[in-house]
Design a protein. Structure first.
Length: 180
């Protein structure tokens, strides 16, 4: 069965097609949820909620992006909602007055392993961690991140730049060193 056929059947509330779509995407979306939540039970719960929402809102999917990208956005939103509901503290700053310098250099020394970078990302404050994760790991752009986190694109760019600076400092403190 082709992807478009499955999606159309899901829009018609066909349970068999929904199950096929779930099986096709559940593992990848579980990994996305785990990167944010770090707890298997929480990730499973959020994943189920995300799929329920996706099936309920399937009529809103217009094919402007891949279905996987559309679903990933729902999963990330659900993860962030879950974290907010657990009262994890987010410090609000008025960052509208700040100007951000674009910097696309995300290079690190060759000897640094990806797991070391992921561990360092986990040590960032939530304010920076989620922006860095969404940008580097999930591949979201500034506009998408700002919509999901309900912050301005300027604040997104500022947080990304500061998160990158903190990430480099953490790697330096660990003795890994980084490129420029």
């Amino acid at each position: 069965m082709f992807q478009a056929d499955i999606l159309e059947k899901c829009k018609a509330n066909d349970r068999s097609a929904q199950l096929k779509l779930y099986r096709q995407y559940c593992d990848g979306m579980y990994c996305v949820a785990m990167r944010f939540l770090k707890n298997a039970d929480d990730a499973e719960d959020v994943l189920q909620e995300a799929f329920i929402k996706a099936f309920q809102k399937m009529h809103q999917y217009k094919g402007e992006v891949t279905f996987g990208a559309w679903l990933k956005r729902i999963v990330v939103n659900k993860c962030i909602d879950f974290l907010k509901s657990r009262n994890e503290q987010n410090i609000s700053l008025d960052e509208s007055y700040m100007r951000c310098v674009e910097e696309d250099d995300w290079t690190v020394e060759e000897h640094i392993e990806i797991d070391e970078v992921k561990t360092a990302i986990e040590q960032l404050s939530d304010k920076y961690k989620y922006v860095v994760m969404m940008y580097l790991v999930e591949g979201f752009d500034h506009q998408e991140i700002s919509e999901v986190l309900k912050i301005s694109e300027t604040a997104c760019r500022t947080r990304l730049l500061r998160g990158k600076g903190q990430l480099k400092e953490l790697l330096k403190l660990k003795g890994y060193g980084t490129g420029s």
